[in-house]
Design a protein around this ligand. Structure first.
Ligand code: ZN
Ligand code: ZN
Ligand code: FE
Length: 744
């Protein structure tokens, strides 16, 4: 009988693919074997129903599998032993890939609600189609002994399930039950344990207390989301006056308090289980959850522990990351007791270690589809395919930016963008960063021959890059060019595709002329760019305070528009003359074309967070939240000067036009100012498409307005890679690869 060889590529290891193939073989009476190797899954198969078998490999694949390709080749008449076998892994580098953590599947939820004594109410129930992966991985290959499940010896029941190819838990590395697996307990603030931990935790939450809850990728601080006083107490203890809190709710909670669209439900219910920003519903939650915001960040419970906790409390919970301000999320029990004790009334703990800190991923939906704000749990480590022309790219390692740090690896035509690591100014985040560098190298079996980093010599990541590169080529990629390349790569723009007009509206990045850029039109390819236009510079005085205090940006933008006297009125009592002097003498003052700071300036004039923002992007987020649609655009100068815009804005302000309308007009004006020249670059044949990137494009209002003005020209936007600095490393990596390939 003719035997065929079937190669399956994609995310097919550690997701129950081999037992799935085994089951199909039983069903279609196929002889042969299946195994994992360094390229994915390899099947040898023979039988009269071979076509149906091959068809089913893709059409019925297990839920966590992502198939990139199924390649069938004939191996002639190979005699087959009777039956179908799962063979051990073959060759070097086999099973090097690990899938992202996956939310508890519906079968496992049914198990924890069933009367089965091994699973009923058990917080660590999982199967091949769900459960922890990256967060418990200590080393590769992904076997139980190399995960934080290693200390828990399987009982005979679990062992039998683990070894039975027909069982849903066949080779599920974290498989466990109440007899043999990890356990939870409740500790009050004094360290005393209480009976019935889940009930004790629920009781504490319902009575308005704040708890630290150990989750999958780290600790959350948790309280009743319907309780004003509990939220206020969490805010004051955490010194976090207004940054929005994420919420976790069961489906009924979300239906009650929000209005998710079909796509938003899909994302919420996916195995990635991210936080999704969703418009608030008719029934409100306390303002304190997300002051000034019209969207709330929701997620569904994604571990059995969360499912059980939410059922026990019967209401949505605030679930914000458990950390000290500026530090990464706490992951260890002892660390939690030490650092979080001041914030909480109790702890819901467990004894399975978290190998790797992973924040919750965050996304939102616009008319243009998904938008990823934070790439983390559930999404990493999942490789993405690179565009045509990068098949022979060298192995590149790119180190990203300073804030929202993330690294990116290229290998064999795909890219691996790391999870969100945080702000590298913090020492603990820095440790995470260096750990991730080693981690991902192992994961991807990576031996980089080319390195890439930002142009900014003072970025910790750039200094690290110099050390790591040693004598290998280190390619510095300008910040906003990297943003442009990231959106090109995400959209499959071919390496040798024509030039693209990039509208990059962003915070701050060092330009190649030594000034700080951030409101740019770049005409470029992966290899290089021309700076076609930019916001005229304004002065940032006072280093970090220029970013924290919107009135500082407002002052200079008003002065530049000839509205100094308006600034004097609006900012009476602020040290205006001091700043003006500093700017005139160039003391602690830097010129910048940042678009992010222009948003701050407008907010400052409108009295939104004028004196200070309490978190990054607060003023801009509030401006977006209040912006009315269908407003006339404020005028900008030919040279993109915002001075005419400020004059029109101040005129409206003095005529008591509502701030929502003013904000709408600003968004429309900024969008038009940048979209029209970018569109003209395409219409005149200088560019083949317009690409939108930079942190400001997390603003859905701005994105929508820009798209209106781009009319019918081809546009590349971000859907899966963050528009903010979280996506920077991908752009650096592809730009560096393109430069090397071009020189060959
Ligand atoms: Zn499951
Ligand atoms: Zn067991
Ligand atoms: Fe940036």
């Amino acid at each position: 009988m003719a035997t065929v060889q079937i190669r399956v590529r994609g995310q097919v290891q550690g997701v129950g693919f081999r037992p799935f193939v085994w089951m199909l073989a039983q069903r279609f009476d196929i002889q042969g074997h299946v195994l994992n190797d360094s390229e994915g899954v390899l099947v040898q198969a023979a039988g009269p129903q071979i076509d149906a078998f091959i068809q089913a490999l893709s059409s019925e694949a297990p839920p966590l599998a992502q198939i990139d390709a199924v390649e069938v080749s004939s191996c002639g008449e190979v005699p087959q032993a009777d039956g179908f076998e799962i063979k051990p892994s073959q060759g070097q580098g086999a099973e090097t890939r690990v899938a992202p953590d996956a939310a508890t599947c519906s079968h496992c939820v049914a198990d924890i609600l069933s009367s089965d004594p091994r699973r009923h109410g058990y917080s660590f129930t999982n199967c091949t189609h769900c459960g922890p992966r990256f967060t418990i991985l200590n080393a590769l290959p992904y076997d139980r002994g190399q995960t934080t499940m290693a200390p828990f010896e399987m009982c005979s029941d679990c062992d039998a399930e683990y070894k039975d190819p027909a069982d849903r838990r066949f080779h599920a590395q974290p498989v466990a039950c109440a007899q043999c697996g990890p356990e939870i307990w409740f500790e009050d603030a004094k360290g005393d344990r209480r009976e019935k931990p889940m009930d004790a935790a629920a009781q504490a939450l319902v009575s308005g207390q704040v708890l630290a809850v150990k989750g999958l990728g780290g600790f959350h601080l948790c309280c009743d989301a319907t309780n004003d006083a509990a939220i206020a107490s969490l805010r004051s203890r955490k010194h976090r006056p207004s940054k929005p809190f994420a919420l976790m709710g069961q489906e009924d909670d979300i239906k009650r308090y929000a209005r998710p669209s079909k796509k938003e439900w899909q994302a919420l219910r996916s195995a990635d289980a991210p936080i999704v920003l969703i418009p608030a519903g008719a029934v409100g939650l306390p303002q304190g959850v997300a002051p000034g915001q019209t969207c709330l960040g929701w997620m569904l419970p994604y571990t059995p522990l969360h499912h059980l906790l939410l059922r026990a409390v019967g209401r949505p919970l605030v679930m914000t990351s458990g950390n000290l301000s500026g530090e990464p999320q706490v992951i260890e029990n002892a660390e939690a007791r030490e650092k979080l004790a001041a914030f909480v009334d109790g702890f819901l703990l467990h004894n399975r270690d978290i190998a790797r800190r992973l924040d919750d991923s965050v996304m939102r939906f616009t008319a243009e589809g998904p938008m990823v704000l934070r790439h983390a749990r559930g999404r990493a480590p999942r490789p993405i395919a690179l565009p045509q022309g990068f098949e022979d790219a060298p192995e590149v390692l790119a180190f990203g930016g300073q804030m929202k740090a993330a690294i990116c690896l290229l290998k064999r035509g795909s890219a691996l963008l790391s999870h969100h690591l945080g702000d590298l100014d913090d020492a603990l985040t820095w440790d995470e960063f260096t750990k991730a560098d080693a981690d991902y190298a192992g994961l991807f079996d990576h031996a980089p021959s080319v390195f890439a980093c930002d142009l900014h010599p003072d970025f910790a990541a750039s200094r690290h890059a110099i050390k790591r590169a040693k004598n290998a080529p280190l390619i510095e990629v300008q910040h906003h060019h990297a943003h442009l390349c990231s959106v090109m790569a995400e959209n499959g723009w071919p390496r040798e595709g024509g030039p693209v007009a990039g509208i990059v509206l962003d915070g701050l990045g060092l330009g190649d002329d030594g000034t700080i850029w951030g409101g740019e039109i770049l005409l470029g390819t992966y290899c290089g760019f021309e700076r076609v236009a930019h916001l005229p510079v304004s002065t940032l005085v006072g280093g970090d305070r220029a970013q924290l205090e919107p009135w500082r940006n407002a002052l200079f933008r008003l002065d530049e528009a000839g509205l100094g006297s308006v600034a004097d009125q609006l900012f009476d009592g602020f040290p205006r003359q001091l700043l003006r002097q500093a700017a005139a003498q160039g003391i602690n003052a830097i010129p910048s074309s940042s678009a992010g700071r222009l948003f701050d300036a407008v907010a400052g004039v409108l009295g939104i967070c004028s004196a200070a923002q309490t978190y990054e992007g607060e003023a801009a987020m509030q401006l977006e939240a209040i912006a009315h649609t269908d407003q006339p655009a404020y005028p900008f100068g030919e040279d993109l000067s915002p001075a005419p815009m400020f004059r029109a804005l101040v005129h409206d302000l003095q005529n008591n036009v509502p701030t929502g309308e003013i904000s709408g007009r600003f968004h429309a004006g900024l969008a038009q100012a940048f979209a029209v020249p970018a569109r003209n670059l395409v219409r005149t044949g200088k560019a083949e498409a317009v690409a939108l990137s930079g942190g400001c494009f997390q603003n859905a209002r701005l994105l929508a307005e820009v798209l209106i003005h781009l009319d019918d020209v081809p546009v590349l936007i971000h859907n899966e890679i963050p528009a903010n600095d979280g996506g920077l490393a991908l752009g650096q990596a592809v730009s560096a690869a393109a430069k090397v390939l071009e020189r060959r």
